[in-house]
Design a protein around this ligand. Structure first.
Ligand SMILES: Cc1ncc(COP(=O)(O)O)c(C=O)c1O
Length: 418
């Protein structure tokens, strides 16, 4: 039987027929994007304040990031990690500059970066027979087996047991609970300085300092998952600096998302500190211990270098802080009884919807996102009752104000709670 040409099927039909249905997708087919906006196939524009879930830091189709990738693609797309390339060398140097003395491993996603940190912790602990990692309730670290085991949310684990052994979850921000969880098997603590998927919950600077002290006194690794909050989103290269904890130096950090504006790249950094007789931590994963075919891909690294260059050149760290304040002020000024709290660090903004939200078929967060979309604004749900705003770092004041207006209109479409 003849296969119908793709153009005769709607994207929705095509997806339903041929793509594994792991995602609860919104009913929107995106044709193209530019800056803060995406367009559907009818030409309708949407103000995109999700930026591909905190990925497109410079907005869609950024001409310089695109040109850097295109130029590199015409020179060399891939050669494997058996050889050296200049984009990977330049990018690693830049990441070390903004993070601290140490070394970088390149991979392809946030989950893969966290897998690397888990392996680092295991390798580190293996000398003393330890393999345990403490993580936090509400955290999200990715979808691989190690990462769902690390994640502090039951919904990602259902039906996938047995999970990777050795993870202990404790309440976020509760240093007493962390202390009690440390035992003879603990090797590391893995924490998102600002929980993203969990609904934009920043750690306090004091909590991060106490974690560092606890790690020092028990010879544990302190690992930061900055996949969502790192490399500029909060208004600093290091998300934890914006929290006032610039004095805290972790032993490992993971990134992905905003690192390359949508080109698939992940990375983790390991400090050069010496914790035992095996030498610097950053040399613990030696030849043959870890790898990935595409890691450090020259095209993604060239795009990433351009992204980091443009963020610095155009003052986008400062802009993220300023626009974050403007967005929060605008959202507060809506004065909607449907909003119970707004939590924000730079351009990571979470709107907590009220407990007595009007009854809807879907969760309050999804229903609010759907109505925002109907009004031409894309925002992202987190859990049942948080809506996230994660716009590009170069968002302009007029775009922030337009997002606030559109969000206010979406909220007005609900009945007011009694
Ligand atoms: C904090 C954090 N870590 C890890 C991940 C997983 O990243 P990826 O989807 O690129 O594997 C995410 C994705 O949302 C994240 O927010």
């Amino acid at each position: 039987m003849a296969v119908p040409p793709v153009s005769l099927m709607s994207l929705a039909e095509d997806y339903a027929k041929n793509i594994v249905p792991t995602y609860g997708r919104f009913d929107l087919d995106i044709e193209s994007g530019s800056g803060c906006r995406v367009r559907d196939f009818s030409g309708r524009e949407y103000l995109d304040f999700g930026a591909g879930i905190a990925v497109c830091s410079l907005g869609h189709s950024h001409p310089e990031a695109g040109a850097a990738a295109a130029e590199q693609a015409m020179r060399l797309v891939h050669c494997s990690n058996l050889y050296r390339t200049k984009p990977a060398a330049d990018l690693a140097r830049r990441i070390v500059e903004v993070t601290g003395p140490g070394k970088v491993f390149f991979c392809n996603s946030g989950a893969e970066a966290n897998e690397g940190l888990v392996k680092l912790a295991r390798r580190f602990g293996s000398a003393t027979g330890r393999h345990g990692i403490i993580t936090f309730n509400g955290s999200f670290h990715g979808r691989t087996m190690a990462c769902i085991s690390a994640t502090g949310q039951d919904k990602v684990k259902k039906g996938f047991g047995p999970l990777l052994e050795g993870f202990t979850h404790v309440p976020f921000g509760d240093i007493g609970a962390v202390r009690s969880a440390v035992d003879g098997s603990t090797a590391a603590i893995l924490v998102e300085p600002i929980q993203g998927e969990g609904g934009i919950h920043p750690a306090s600077a004091g909590f991060l300092r106490e974690l560092r002290a606890l790690c020092d006194s028990n010879n544990l690794l302190l690992l930061f998952d900055e996949v969502q909050c790192g490399l500029g989103r909060t208004g600093d290269w290091c998300g934890w600096h914006t929290l006032g904890a610039a004095d805290v130096q972790p032993d490992g950090v993971s990134w992905a998302k905003g690192i390359a504006n949508g080109f698939p790249l992940g990375a983790f950094w390991v400090s050069d500190s010496v914790r035992d007789s095996r030498g610097p931590l950053c040399d613990l994963l030696g030849p043959g211990s870890h790898g990935t075919t595409y890691g450090g891909n020259p095209v993604c690294c060239a795009a990433s270098l351009k992204v980091l260059e443009v963020i610095a050149r155009d003052g986008l760290l400062e802009n993220a802080k300023k626009m974050g304040v403007r967005l929060v002020e605008g959202l507060r000024a809506i004065g909607s009884p449907l909003i119970s709290e707004i939590r924000a660090v730079g351009l990571m903004v979470g709107v907590q919807l009220c407990r007595d939200f009007p009854k809807t078929e879907k969760t309050p967060a999804i229903e609010t996102v759907v109505r925002s979309m109907a009004g031409g604004l894309l925002v992202i749900p987190a859990g049942d009752a948080v809506v996230r705003f994660l716009p590009p770092l170069n968002a302009k004041p007029a775009e922030i104000d337009e997002a606030v207006e559109k969000f206010a209109a979406a909220l007005r479409s609900f009945p007011t709670p009694a």
